[in-house]
Design a protein around this ligand. Structure first.
Ligand code: NAP
Length: 342
């Protein structure tokens, strides 16, 4: 009988700017055998996220990169194939951080049980996974939730942004989304049910923004970076709160964008508008998963929370598909299906 193989995607080179297919190697190694207390999991869905670019190195981030030749880290949904751990049975579904590969061993401490009856499995990578947790933490733990006003979400058609818009709708905010291009504006209004959409790539971006927030902005969930925040400043209300979840525009930048120094504008607004601006790192809040699920899982089940998913097929498709994430070519959560879901 031929030996079962584990396909793995390794970091082959550190990118400069956007990631390229040649930055990765696909290799095959024997499927590992679980020892005492261990389980063997088979990944079926793999999450593709901007932090995958960050850990490749040469990114604008304080997060340390992985080594050349290391397997790509990442969140997955997996099925338990073999178990020497009484907490897991063969066939159980779990959330893991085992990365871009078919199989992995675990002692169970890094696995999150997933109930496939509660929601589609893929939702556990998106709105009910790390992605949704990021949006939820930003709007719950990082700023003080003050529903009733206007919540503006940047990169609102992306995975985290769209989750933030839905949390905002559930909590009774008037929700305005900013995204690039008319199709994404349509998506925000028609598919996600937002109150207004703004196309930041349109020549009349400033006018669209002014029309979308007639009563100003009380809360911002921010994913993009400095250029977007500068545009929002004139519309921020007194004591507006900004949760900074990401700086998508700067992740792959290799040099400063230049241009006029807008820091004085920001500091003046912070002072005179009494602004709160606070960032965060979601791994510091992984123990909040139960709170996220308590609020969002029922809303996902009854369709109150809407979300989009962008699937790619097969592990080998990941390196090419991953580039799309940095060009705004993806709407919603990007997921690779690498095995049949039983
Ligand atoms: P995503 O689904 O890829 O969405 C990102 C979106 O950002 C893109 O679709 C694109 O949409 C927009 N974008 C890209 N470059 C831009 C630019 N130069 N200017 C304006 N918009 C730009 O990513 P995600 O998973 O939602 O992640 C969003 C952000 O959250 C990322 O920065 C990520 O690193 C961060 N994040 C942080 C944490 C944390 O712990 N704080 C955890 C997870 C994610 P458009 O077409 O609209 O431009």
């Amino acid at each position: 009988m031929s030996q079962q193989l584990n396909r793995r995607i390794l970091l082959a080179a550190r990118p400069h700017g956007d990631p390229k297919v040649s930055d990765f190697d696909v290799t095959e190694v024997p499927v590992p055998v679980p020892g005492d207390g261990q389980v063997l999991i088979r990944n079926v869905l793999v999450s593709l996220d901007p932090y995958n670019r960050i850990i490749m190195g040469n990114a604008n981030s304080d997060q340390p990169p992985i080594e050349i030749g290391d397997p790509m880290f990442g969140f997955t949904i997996a099925v338990v194939e073999q178990s020497n751990n009484p907490a897991f049975a063969v066939g159980d579904h779990v959330g893991s951080m085992s990365g871009w590969q078919d199989y992995a061993l675990s002692d169970g401490s890094d696995l999150r049980p997933i109930d496939p009856k509660t929601a589609p499995l893929s939702a556990n990578l998106g709105v009910l996974g790390m992605t949704g947790l990021t949006a939820w933490v930003g709007l719950t733990k990082i700023i003080e939730p003050k529903p009733g006003g206007t919540l503006l979400v940047t990169a609102a058609a992306g995975a985290v942004g769209s989750a933030a818009t839905q949390i905002g709708k559930l909590r009774g905010y008037r929700v305005v989304g900013v995204a690039g291009g008319p199709e994404k504006s349509r998506h925000l209004l028609e598919d996600l049910g937002l109150d207004a959409a703004v196309d930041y790539k349109a020549p009349d971006f400033a006018a669209q923004l002014a029309r979308a927030v007639p009563d100003g902005i009380d809360t911002v969930y921010e994913n993009v970076g400095a250029s977007m925040v500068v545009a929002l400043l004139p519309h921020l209300n007194l004591r507006a709160q900004i949760a900074v979840g990401g700086v998508m525009s700067a992740i792959t930048a290799t040099k400063s964008p230049g241009g006029p120094d807008r820091l004085p504008d920001l500091m003046r607004a912070v002072l005179y508008k009494d602004l709160t601006i606070r960032g965060f790192s979601v791994p510091d809040y992984f123990d909040s998963y139960p709170e996220l699920l308590a609020e969002l899982a029922p809303a996902v089940a009854d369709g109150k929370v809407r979300y989009a998913e962008h699937f790619v097929e097969g592990l080998e498709a990941i390196p090419a598909a991953f580039q799309d994430m940095f060009h705004g070519r993806v709407t919603g959560k990007m997921i690779a299906k690498i095995a049949k879901i039983a």
